[in-house]
Every structure is written in C-alpha cells, then in structure tokens.
Ligand binder design. Structure first.
Ligand SMILES: Cc1cc2nc3c(=O)[nH]c(=O)nc-3n(C[C@H](O)[C@H](O)[C@H](O)COP(=O)(O)OP(=O)(O)OC[C@H]3O[C@@H](n4cnc5c(N)ncnc54)[C@H](O)[C@@H]3O)c2cc1C
Length: 397
C-alpha cells in the first residue's frame, strides 16, 4: 500500500482541482454541497446537468478502461479525485449506482454488445440505474427472492415486487435479481435481468423516510418486459453475478462516500469549537475518537482498494462496511450531542430539518443497506475467519 503521492499524481491533483474550481461555479454553484446524507434527491435535475457536464469532460467513471471512455485511473488517482471533489464541495453523484455497481458488473460479466450499449450512456450521465434486489421477504436473506421472470415470445415477462429501491423514481434502468426457474429455491434458478423503467408494467411508489425525503421506493412488476438478451451472465446463474455487484457495493464504491465523511466531521468539529462543546471532556473524547476513525477508514480503504479490482471481497473489504457504517452512525449521534438542545428544534416551516439533523436520521440507515451490521459480522466470522457457518432456514441453500 502506497500512501505518498508521486509528482505525476500531484499533477493529476492540480488538473482535477483546477477543473473543479473553474467549473463548479456560475450555473453549477447551486448544486455545491447538495445530495448528501438525507438529501439524496435534493436538486436532482440540476445535479443531472452537473453529472452530464462532468461526463462530457471525462470526469465520470475515471477508473473504467479507456476503451469505454474511462481514464484507467489508478487507486491513488481515484483517491486524489475524491479528495479534490469533496474539497471543492462537489454534490452527491446522481450516477453512482450506474458508475459503481451496474457499470462494473457489465464490465466484468456483460457481453460486448451490452458494454457498447450501456456503458457510454452511464459515463455521459444520460441513463441512470437502480438496484432491484430486496423484496418484502428477501433482504438479508437475498436468496429468498420471489420475483419471477418467464421467457415468452423473445421477451422476459417479470412479475413481483422489489422494495427499498434507491432512486428508482429517477432511474431509466433497473437490474433485477429474479427467479427464472419455476419452483427453484435459494441461490439456484435466479437470473440477473436488465429492464427499462419507463414502461407500463412497472409502478414506482416512493416511501417517505424520516428525513422527510423519499430516497427509496417500492417497485411493482406486473407483466413488465425485458429483452431476452438483456440478461447478465447465464440463465439460472444470476446469484454469482449478484454477488459480484455486492462485492463492488461493499468494496471500492464507498471510497467517494468516505471522503465526504471528512467534510461532515469538519462541520461537527467547527460547531463544537464555536458553541463551546469542545470544552466538554466527553465530547472532546468522542471527537478525537471520530478523527482517529476517519484516519483508520482512509488507510483501510487504500489497503482494500489495492487488493480489490474485480468485485471479489478481500478480507479487508469485509471489515470495511461494518467499520464505516458504525463510524458514520456514531458521527450522526455526535452531531446531535454537539448541537445539544438545539438538535431537538426544527428549522422554521413544516418538518424542515437542518443538515445535521438529516445526517443523524439518515445515518441510522447506514448500518442496514448494503448488508446490515449483523450480516457483516457473519461474513467476517464465516468468510474471513473461517468459523462454522450459521444454521440456515429452508429458503437459502
Ligand atoms: C437507505 C437504504 C437504501 C437501500 N437501497 C436499496 C436498493 O437500492 N436496492 C435494494 O435492493 N435494496 C436496498 N436497500 C435494502 C437493504 O439492502 C436491506 O434493507 C437490507 O439488506 C436488510 O434487509 P431487510 O430490510 O429485509 O431486513 P431483514 O433482513 O429482515 O433483517 C432484519 C434484522 O434481522 C437481522 N438479521 C437478519 N438475518 C440475520 C442473520 N442471519 N443473522 C443475524 N441477524 C440477522 C438484520 O441484521 C436486521 O437487524 C436499502 C436499504 C436502505 C436502508
């Protein structure tokens, strides 16, 4: 693991920081700092324009192969990119599911035709994606999915329901883990199908969250259609592809997010200094612990990224999700402790929460999505430490 940056990498830092300074201004200044925790749908259409502007200038999907418009950015360059992006106040990326989940999955498992059709539109911010995994009875035990797809006259007919689907209301495409072998159970008989969202067989119902926004949704499939060849991997072998996507989700894709944590920490620290809470020994202690956690996360991310290129979880990546999710949830709580009584008062108007109040409420979700803390501990004990597998129910094999 290399922590120092070379002169060439510092040149790269100059290039991206200059570009951001020149471009994240004027008509784009309104999106600065938007789209963070609890604000994922904030100024969405303006942020789409920003995403497209970045794409047109070669600043999206920088780790992708040059053949598909990427820069083949090294791990250090990606770190630099995210550091500078965060420092410049770059908004939460609206295309992150396409760039960090759908794209790498298509790159790893897709056909040439799929790569050519889907990757350019992700890179240019022209098409947005959502992840259709969880169902009302299949979350942690993902292999219990019941949504079905049947091949009829050259089209997949999809029926069932997904839930907690982030940004489905803004997406053009969904990747769906569904059952294509009738009566199959567990991990067998599942397929990974890509379907367009804009069709009469798909209904999206936003779920109101306690932050006040609706970042996730219910998605209903009633004879929804997908082309026969819009399937990643083989029919009935979707589990392997789905696990590849989860490898990306729990691994490399969180780097940008973790860089943004540093900015949130700085905000909390500045308030503590201003309102005198930094004199309270317990708060001081928590702030120091949070700062140490930030440094550990950064080194862990670098160590993990050095070993994780193909979506297969390294031992380091297995630790990462549990660590950052718990750290971020604690930061939300620390923010409330630093605000003190003020944390209980809303801004004027109807349920108009401050940035830190939203942070606190949204961070409760961090230890749930992309695998709950309990599931992360199971992964660490079984896969990293080789302890006996926990007993399974009937639904998974
Ligand atoms: C903000 C947010 C965004 C999300 N976005 C998406 C998305 O875009 N697409 C998508 O498909 N899903 C998404 N999800 C869903 C997420 O993946 C699931 O919520 C998660 O996998 C947990 O599943 P569940 O909610 O069904 O809870 P359950 O699996 O029912 O778990 C309930 C509780 O039981 C515990 N538990 C379950 N099994 C075990 C076990 N074997 N051992 C120990 N404890 C266990 C869990 O840790 C949890 O505390 C999102 C969730 C959130 C909060």
């Amino acid at each position: 693991m290399k922590i120092e940056f070379t002169p060439q990498e510092e040149e790269f830092r100059k290039e991206i920081s200059t570009w951001l300074k020149e471009n994240l201004s004027g008509k784009f200044s309104s999106v600065m700092g938007r789209g963070g925790s609890g604000d994922q749908t904030g100024l969405f259409s303006e942020r789409v324009k920003w995403e497209q502007h970045m794409g047109a200038n070669g600043w999206t999907c920088i780790s992708w192969p040059k053949e598909y418009g990427g820069r083949e950015a090294s791990i250090n360059e990606q770190v630099i990119f995210y550091e500078e992006y965060t420092r410049a106040g770059g908004p939460g990326r609206v295309g992150h599911i396409g760039e960090t989940l759908a794209g790498p999955t298509i790159l790893s498992f897709g056909t040439k035709d799929q790569k050519e059709r889907f990757l350019p539109k992700i890179r240019l911010g022209q098409e947005y994606w959502c992840q259709g995994y969880s169902e009302p009875s299949a979350g942690s035990d993902l292999s219990a999915v019941q949504t079905k797809a049947e091949l009829i006259n050259g089209k997949w007919k999809i029926n069932g329901q997904k839930i907690w689907t982030s940004l489905a209301q803004e997406s053009d495409w969904i990747f769906i883990l569904c059952r294509t072998t009738p009566k199959s159970k567990g991990r067998d008989g599942l397929s990974y199908i890509l379907a367009p969202m804009d069709q009469k067989g798909i209904t999206v119902r936003p779920i109101k969250q306690m932050t006040g926004e609706s970042e996730f949704n219910e998605v209903f499939f009633d004879d929804a259609e997908a082309n026969a060849n819009d399937l990643i991997g083989e029919v009935g072998k979707g589990w392997q592809v789905a696990m590849g996507t989860l490898g990306f989700e729990r691994g490399a894709s969180t780097l940008g997010q973790q860089m943004a944590f540093e900015q949130e920490f700085e905000t909390v620290l500045a308030i503590a200094k201003e309102n005198g809470k930094s004199n309270d020994p317990l708060i001081r202690n928590q702030i120091s612990e949070a700062w140490i956690g930030l440094k550990i996360m950064r080194y862990n991310a670098l160590r993990m990224l050095s070993n994780n290129e193909d979506g297969i979880l390294s031992r380091e990546a297995m630790l990462s999700k549990l660590y950052w999710a718990t750290w971020h949830r604690n930061l939300g709580k620390l923010a409330m402790d630093v605000l003190g009584m003020e944390s209980e008062i809303g801004e004027e108007g109807n349920y108009n929460l401050s940035e830190l109040q939203k942070l606190f409420l949204f961070t409760r979700a961090d230890t749930i999505y992309a695998g709950t803390n309990q599931i992360q501990r199971n992964i660490i004990s079984e896969r990293a430490l080789g302890m006996p597998k926990e007993p399974r129910g009937n639904s998974s094999s």
